[in-house]
Design a protein around this ligand. Structure first.
Ligand SMILES: CC(C)(COP(=O)(O)OP(=O)(O)OC[C@H]1O[C@@H](n2cnc3c(N)ncnc32)[C@H](O)[C@@H]1OP(=O)(O)O)[C@@H](O)C(=O)NCCC(=O)NCCS
Length: 181
């Protein structure tokens, strides 16, 4: 856990002026608010997603998890958990959720940038996720070569993405993605 906090300037939109949000490390005290945001964003279907199987009984990495606070309201959150792919340790990014009233203002990419910077600074090597390639490309994620990794359940292979924090680690990450590490 870290007591660091950073500010994030939110983009001006047609309906909202530029504002400054605060990005904080998540602590267990935020768990209820983060869960409420994820429930609102993803609905009950979140528990049936394959990525959720990797998170169940696999504690979040609070050192990298970040929340976005605006006017004392939690408006975004990014979580990480640990996985192993072959012999390569990695972080699984997700869920990433932004409150619907605060989308398109840079919170999603800002949360990822700050969380991933913390992970890299702590020596983490690779981040994987299941998500929309066009969205995550802007945060440096690339598609995993087809067939290189397997999830413990059905996943659209085009949505399996990775970002190296240490060059050469994606190539080494082959096989079943397992929780832990
Ligand atoms: C996806 C999500 C996290 C984006 O959060 P956000 O704070 O609005 O994202 P940012 O402001 O950092 O980035 C917005 C940009 O990404 C684009 N974008 C959003 N979703 C996208 C997608 N699925 N594919 C491609 N681009 C996308 C927006 O059009 C916007 O582009 P612009 O900057 O040119 O206007 C948020 O909309 C959300 O919580 N969605 C529901 C849950 C979800 O889908 N989570 C991600 C799992 S894949």
């Amino acid at each position: 856990m870290t007591d660091s906090s950073e500010t994030l300037t939110l983009r001006e939109t047609a309906g909202a002026a530029a504002q400054t949000a605060v990005i904080l490390a998540e602590t267990p005290a935020h768990a209820e608010a983060v869960e409420a945001l994820n429930a609102r964003t993803f609905g009950p279907g979140r528990f049936t997603r394959t990525a959720y199987r990797l998170r169940r009984n696999n504690p979040p990495v609070y050192a990298y998890n970040r929340i976005c606070m605006l006017d004392e309201q939690l408006v975004g959150a990014v979580c990480f958990s640990r996985v192993v792919i072959g012999a390569q340790r990695a972080l699984l990014l997700g869920p990433l959720a932004v409150h619907p009233d605060y989308k398109h203002r840079g919170i999603g990419h800002g949360l990822m940038r700050i969380g991933i910077d913390a992970a890299r600074a702590s020596g983490e090597e690779l981040v994987v996720l299941v998500g929309d390639a066009p969205y995550y490309a802007r945060s440096g994620f690339v598609p995993v070569p087809r067939g290189q990794m397997r999830m413990p359940g059905p996943v659209d292979p085009d949505r399996l993405l990775a970002r190296e924090l240490v060059p050469g680690t994606l190539e080494k990450a082959a096989g079943l993605i397992r929780p832990g590490g």
